[in-house]
Design a protein around this ligand. Structure first.
Ligand code: CUA
Length: 336
């Protein structure tokens, strides 16, 4: 008995030390991340001894109560329970659970508390891209495929989905929530560290699930305002009325996802590997091929890529003029 307790304490100490020494998560980039990581550490601290206790009892039982030669047909002595033991093994886990749940509830309540000066951002998931919409007082909302956030400004995300269930996740913030067709889900975050962090879809949503990613840019408030002002500049249309194809390619038009968020094109300065490298696949192709590649990408799939990943709605989300301008632009610059 004594040696079991001693071994148990040593094993628990090693397990806890290892559990706390390992950095399980990416860097913390929100005020919510600290309390969540601390909660996780507490859970490790409590659950390792539970695991060790269970394993010791299992090993002890296997060693002492195993079947020995000649006992194949015996059924063991009849046991009719042990009230004291049952009370103990019900009460202790119940107390542990109540304490941990209360603590987790306090943490959740704390990180979800409403903040003054919250900025609203609408997040829309669709196969297979994220769109971030910044409502503007008295004007059209600004839409972007990249998530820009000013440092230290509380944000509340309003999340929805257009087709199937997605899940909006920024691991560096530690928070995620399902994007569900037909309902609006929400969560709060206060970014507190400058830098860029991945946005991930955390719900299997189809063939392109693994590429349904974007980037969070936590920037200074001044930089954020400059970015907003840039977005307000008339999108993709020059004074003459002809759409600016290069801008369309890199920024999208608010409805159509930017080509450049998935494709490499030297002329536009984009380098994503999610979709085919257009400098290779579109070089020297005629306008009809380029247009088909945009509106019906699955008609011909570049080697090494799969059908069903590129959005199929470019025929609707691009105006005829924009589509024409993009086709012309890509025909001119791809592979140059
Ligand atoms: Cu969207 Cu997975």
């Amino acid at each position: 008995m004594v040696w079991m307790v001693i071994h148990g304490i040593i094993a628990s100490a090693i397990g806890i030390a290892a559990g706390l020494a390992i950095h399980w998560f990416p860097e913390q980039a929100s005020t919510q991340a600290g309390p969540i990581d601390h909660l996780y550490d507490v859970l490790i601290f409590v659950s390792v001894p539970v695991f060790v206790t269970v394993m010791i009892i299992v090993l002890f039982s296997v060693r002492n109560f195993r079947m020995r030669p000649g006992e194949e047909n015996l059924d063991g002595p009849p046991i009719h329970g042990n009230t004291r033991l049952e009370v103990i093994w019900t009460a202790i886990p119940a107390v542990i659970l109540v304490v941990l749940c209360s603590y987790a509830w306090v943490v959740l309540n704390d990180i979800e508390e409403a903040q003054a000066n919250e900025m609203r951002i609408n997040v829309t998931g669709q196969q297979f891209a994220w769109t971030f919409e910044y409502p503007q007082a008295g004007g059209k909302p600004i839409k972007s495929s990249q998530l820009y956030l000013p440092k230290d400004r509380p944000v509340r995300f309003y999340v929805k989905a257009l087709d199937v269930i997605h899940d909006f996740w920024v691991p560096a913030f530690r928070l995620k929530i399902d994007a569900v067709p037909g309902i609006e889900t929400k969560y709060r975050v206060t970014p507190n560290r400058l830098g860029t962090y991945p946005v991930v879809c955390a719900e299997l949503c189809g063939l392109g699930h693994s590429v349904m990613r974007s980037t969070t840019h936590v920037v200074t408030p001044a930089r954020f305002n400059a970015w907003l002002a840039e977005q307000k500049a008339p999108a993709a249309a020059t004074a003459g009325g002809a759409p600016d194809a290069k801008k369309l390619f890199t920024d999208g038009n608010g409805t159509a996802t930017a080509c450049g968020s998935c494709h490499t094109l030297a002329d536009a300065g984009t380098s994503s590997q999610t979709g085919p490298d257009l400098d290779k696949t579109l070089a020297g192709k005629d306008a009809a091929f380029v247009e088909k590649s945009i509106v019906d990408a699955d008609a011909e799939i570049a080697p090494g890529f799969e059908a069903g990943i590129m959005p199929k709605n470019y025929g609707d989300t691009l105006s005829p003029e924009e589509l024409k301008a993009l086709v012309k632009y890509l025909g001119e610059v791809a592979g140059k």
